[in-house]
Design a binder for this molecule. Structure first.
Ligand code: KIV
Length: 266
């Protein structure tokens, strides 16, 4: 399978074919996601929530993102690996942003980076793109702005907020982003932004009309149950299955049913 490039992502929008994106944070999950043929594999800073067990994504560091992105890149043969820029790795100016985005490609094998923010991040997006690093923008509910947004709330609900998000979408496109994640907005706004842009939109809680969809793999597989946003669909219940496997192991060790002769050396 050849590696997915930004041209393949553009082509999918042009042909009206849906783009698939999922997160992965380590080798085994990245292998599963890649073998399933997912187009874009996001090493999201959501790993703060679902892997590290912290309350939000703010504590996640560049070094941690590089560590996880390396594991993912080693597993991926065909998907496009997207390194998610953590809080304060790009908000401090274009020079920091280029250097940190560059680390994802130089050290960790990512194919592009993602960062949060609309119009206010346009100069930073332009600088990273000018350095030869493709950028996925992220607008709507942007978890790194959680304290400004006052919580994990649906964005773009009134007319002024809709217009601001539409302006943000145009600003990140004009700055050179090759696609944009739109999180937690009314479906009608996801549709409007998608129709207005040349670049593909990838929705998470932005309705069915975006050019693609993204979910956090731990949500999709039922591995994370601390909170489940409305936009998540659970396709499996792996936490329950894993718990019951571990309980069974405990029982068998205690009752001496494991290890059996087939697990022992002569
Ligand atoms: O960090 C992440 O996983 C994300 C997705 C939810 C889009 O930003």
């Amino acid at each position: 399978m050849p590696k997915t490039t930004i041209l393949d992502i553009y082509k999918k929008k042009a042909e009206g074919k849906k783009i698939t994106m999922l997160t992965a944070y380590d080798y085994p999950f990245a292998q599963i996601v890649d073998q399933a043929g997912i187009d874009m594999i996001l090493v999201g800073d959501s790993l703060g929530n679902v892997v590290q067990g912290v309350a939000n994504t703010l504590p996640v560091t560049m070094d941690e993102m590089i560590y996880h992105t390396k594991m993912v890149s080693r597993a991926v043969q065909s998907g496009m690996v997207v390194g998610d820029m953590p809080f304060l790795s790009y908000q401090t100016g274009s020079r920091d942003a280029i250097l940190n985005a560059g680390r994802f490609l130089k050290e960790a094998g990512a194919d592009c980076v993602k960062l949060e923010g609309g119009s206010q991040m346009a100069p930073v997006i332009r600088a990273i793109v000018d350095a030869g690093i493709p950028v996925v923008a992220h607008i709507g509910l942007t978890p790194q702005y959680i304290h400004m947004l006052g919580g994990f709330k649906v964005q773009g609900k009134d007319e002024a907020a809709r217009e601001k998000l539409l302006a943000d979408a145009h600003a990140v496109q004009d700055a050179g982003a090759f696609s944009v994640v739109i999180e937690a907005v009314p479906a009608s706004l996801g549709k409007e932004i998608t129709a207005a842009l040349r670049i593909p939109t990838i929705g998470i809680g932005a309705g069915p009309d975006c050019d693609g969809q993204v979910l956090v793999i731990h949500d999709l597989l039922g591995l994370f149950d601390r909170f489940t946003p409305k936009f998540v669909k659970r396709y499996a219940n792996l936490k329950e299955q894993a718990l019951s496997a571990v309980q069974q192991y405990k029982k068998e060790v205690e009752s001496e049913a494991f290890p059996g002769p087939e697990h022992s050396f002569k």
